[in-house]
Design a protein around this ligand. Structure first.
Ligand code: ARG
Length: 461
């Protein structure tokens, strides 16, 4: 006979290699706290419903607390023969308290148990991720405030396009992270549905009270269909999807920081404590952190693809394939949390090289749109104004100078509408201040964004 908790109908014990292959304890042990919390709530419910005695429930809960303390203290021996966290805890309980331990699994299957554990675990972890998002957002707002007057070129096609406030650029990432935060609220809402009581798939013959368990564990809702309760992995797919989008945002900022650190841009310098050197080239200071965050983005996206593929053709209800949900989700969680934490440091420690940014604005033609808008304000149709400005840029390129270097006479040769105020109109400060449309880059608009960001952070932190 098999020594397994489920060994009754077996003549042989499990082949050792087969057991290693199917066991999940190596990774699901990280849900021990949730497994125990879920079991405590279940035991209390069984007693409240008269399914087990109050005495047995007390013994079970006390025994589970001791197991929790032992695991916390690193004094628990996890056994691969016991397959997963559920049977490891249950076996230890029965060993500690005797027969009463054998009543804990009444009206329960590991199928609804693992679903409950994972829901509890994800609820907690999602809040952690959100807290780290807020920390990074706070670092971005602080950097925006500190460098509020710094102007640099905004790019399209990676070509200098129009002068913008550097703070405006940073705040774009604040907005992206705000949506990420909201997406994780959605993940939380879907994790906040209570599956226990579904049994293996069809419910149970015993008079359980699912609402009792939901109240004990502070769930906002219950699954209304037992098959769905044990088969649903949407909340994990949503988590991986939200995590992938978040990583894509971090990856885009990584790419920009990597470019900005290059000698070619020289817009920012990362803190020495945040970079590494080269074992061969003595001059190197490499932006490893943004490079790694950019690199790790691929792996989080990969976990999303893997789980989508795993679930895609699964018949209802539980199939062991579903055990494959955890490693990718756990790895994505670790990756996202670590990436957010290091990124907050990178942003906080980033030195802004405002002179180089200034030069990139002055020694170029990112004010050409403003030149055209100047003529539009003198009532020239925009298409003609665009043409005049284009010709002026062409003229400057041929002469090897910039728009600001032209005299009023030079300007007048291209249009009689130019006046003495033209030089002022194409200064970077003027160009930026003039983009005062709602959500634009003017200092006034950026101040509105900073104030909104601050109050959003106050509300959520
Ligand atoms: N370790 C399993 C998992 O993560 C627990 C559920 C096992 N259920 C079963 N019927 N074998 O999915």
């Amino acid at each position: 006979m098999s020594e397994k908790l489920w060994g009754g109908r077996f003549e042989k014990s499990t082949d050792e290699m087969i057991n290693d292959f199917q066991a999940s304890i190596a990774f699901d042990k990280r849900m021990y706290r949730e497994d125990i919390e879920g079991s405590v709530a279940h035991a209390k419910m069984l007693a409240a419903q008269g399914i087990i005695s109050a005495d047995d429930a007390e013994k079970i809960c006390a025994g589970l607390q001791k197991i929790l303390a032992a695991i916390d203290a690193g004094e628990f021996n996890f056994s691969v023969a016991l397959e997963d966290i559920h049977m490891n805890v249950e076996a230890a309980l029965t060993e500690a308290i005797g027969a009463a331990g054998g009543r804990l699994h009444t009206a329960r299957s590991r199928n609804d148990q693992v679903a409950l554990d994972t829901h509890l675990y994800m609820r907690r972890q999602v809040r952690e991720v959100q807290r780290l998002i807020l920390d990074l957002q706070a670092a971005l707002v602080a950097a925006a405030e500190k460098n509020r007057d710094v102007i640099f070129p905004g790019y399209t096609h990676l070509q200098r396009a129009q002068p913008i406030l550097f703070a405006h650029h940073l705040l774009a990432y604040f907005s992206m992270l705000q949506r990420d935060f909201d997406r994780f609220d959605g993940v939380y809402a879907r994790a906040d549905i209570m599956p226990l009581g579904a049994g293996a798939l069809a419910g149970t013959t015993l008079p359980i009270d699912r609402n009792f368990v939901a109240r004990e564990l502070d769930f906002g809702a219950l699954y209304s269909n037992s098959l769905d309760a044990v088969s649903d992995r949407d909340y994990l797919l949503e988590f991986l999807s939200a995590a992938s989008i978040l990583m894509v945002h971090l990856s885009r900022l990584s790419e920009e920081i990597i470019l900005w650190c290059s000698r070619e841009f020289s817009f920012v310098e990362l803190d020495d404590a945040h970079c590494t050197g080269s074992s061969m080239m003595p001059q190197k200071k490499n932006p490893d952190v943004p490079e790694l965050v950019r690199g790790k983005t691929g792996r989080v996206i990969g976990h999303l693809m893997a789980l989508l593929t795993t679930v895609k053709a699964l018949p209802l209800a539980y199939n062991k394939d579903l055990q494959e949900d955890k490693e990718g989700v756990f790895d994505a969680l670790d990756t996202v949390k670590f990436s957010l934490a290091v990124f907050a440091q990178i942003v906080a420690g980033m030195k802004i090289r405002r002179d180089n940014m200034r030069r990139a604005v002055e020694e170029d033609f990112s004010n050409a749109t403003d030149l055209a808008d100047y003529l539009v304000k003198k009532n020239l149709p925009f298409r003609q104004a665009h043409e005049v400005a284009g010709k002026l840029v062409h003229h400057c390129i041929a002469r090897g100078c910039y728009l600001k270097d032209l005299t009023l006479d030079d300007f007048k040769k291209f249009s009689p509408l130019f006046d003495a105020d033209i030089h002022d109109a194409i200064k970077p400060e003027t160009c930026v201040a003039a983009r005062n449309s709602l959500g634009g880059t003017s200092p006034a608009q950026v101040d509105i964004q900073i104030a909104a960001a601050r109050s959003w952070l106050d509300e959520h932190r």
